[in-house]
Design a protein around this ligand. Structure first.
Ligand SMILES: [Zn+2]
Length: 263
């Protein structure tokens, strides 16, 4: 009877737990605590019966003139304060340091709350049925990008680390009059893609300055510029996004050199 009352009036568990000074969360999930606090179940049964008699909902019930000591005692009495910088660690005594953080992900230990409600069970070695123990684990992809931007940027834009960049290389074509650069850039784009280094290929009809500014803003790890001028020396320009000067790499070595840097 008591157990049925608890199950039927989950909302009033909070009230009963408050009366007996027991943490509601612990009471819900800790069978030992439930066994030790039969008076909570008894109170719920009593309240349920009373409410049925008087015809109102248990969750609207409030208790008046309740006195600590006379009507209930707490199982735990403690000083509880908001922690401040410099407070001692309860485990090792070291002073606490406060710093700003970002909730990049979170976990929720759901226990058997939902599996019980939904009848989601498994059979153990003895063939006995148990509710599965559930957890919810999340990583905020948008927040993650925000954190990366905060840590990896300069005044011109993002400086994405290779591990998280959507493309390892920003291939910038600086088209000339002859079309030589266009053909070489397309070939290089194909060769990079074949080597597993698919580039973001900027073949727009824009000024070099516009393309470079966009590449810096997007922040891919390596920019490769290909132009008639560099091709006259049989080379392309490499420019690492996170610091480092422009340097020339022979066109035939470009894929290998790129792999060494961002592969
Ligand atoms: Zn500590």
């Amino acid at each position: 009877m008591a157990a049925t009352a608890v199950a039927r009036h989950g909302a009033s568990i909070a009230l009963a737990c408050r009366v007996f000074g027991v943490s509601e969360t612990c009471y819900r999930y800790d069978p030992k605590l439930r066994a030790e606090n039969e008076e909570i179940a008894d109170l719920l049964t009593g309240l349920t019966d009373a409410c049925k008699t008087w015809g109102f909902g248990l969750c609207f019930l409030h208790l008046r003139n309740v006195n600590y000591g006379r009507d209930y005692t707490a199982s735990l009495v403690a000083d509880i304060v908001a922690a401040r910088a410099g407070d001692g660690c309860p485990q090792c005594g070291e002073p606490m340091r406060m710093s700003r953080g970002v909730e990049v992900g979170n976990i929720f230990q759901l226990g058997t709350r939902y599996s019980e409600a939904l009848g989601c069970t498994f059979l153990d070695e003895q063939g006995e049925s148990h509710p599965i123990i559930m957890g919810s684990y999340g990583i905020g992809v948008g927040r993650l990008l925000g954190c990366i931007a905060e840590e990896h940027h300069d005044e011109r834009g993002l400086c994405l680390p290779p591990a998280v960049a959507p493309y390892p290389i920003h291939l910038v074509l600086l088209s000339g009059k002859t079309g030589v650069a266009d053909a070489a850039a397309s070939e290089l784009a194909d060769a990079l893609t074949a080597a597993g280094l698919e580039p973001l290929f900027d073949d727009r009809n824009e000024y070099a300055g516009v393309k470079f500014a966009d590449a810096d803003l997007i922040g891919l790890p390596l920019r490769i510029n290909i132009s008639e001028r560099s091709l006259k020396q049989g080379s392309v320009e490499f420019k690492p996004r996170a610091g480092g000067e422009v340097f020339l790499v022979p066109l035939e070595n470009a894929v290998e050199a790129a792999r060494a840097m961002v592969g």
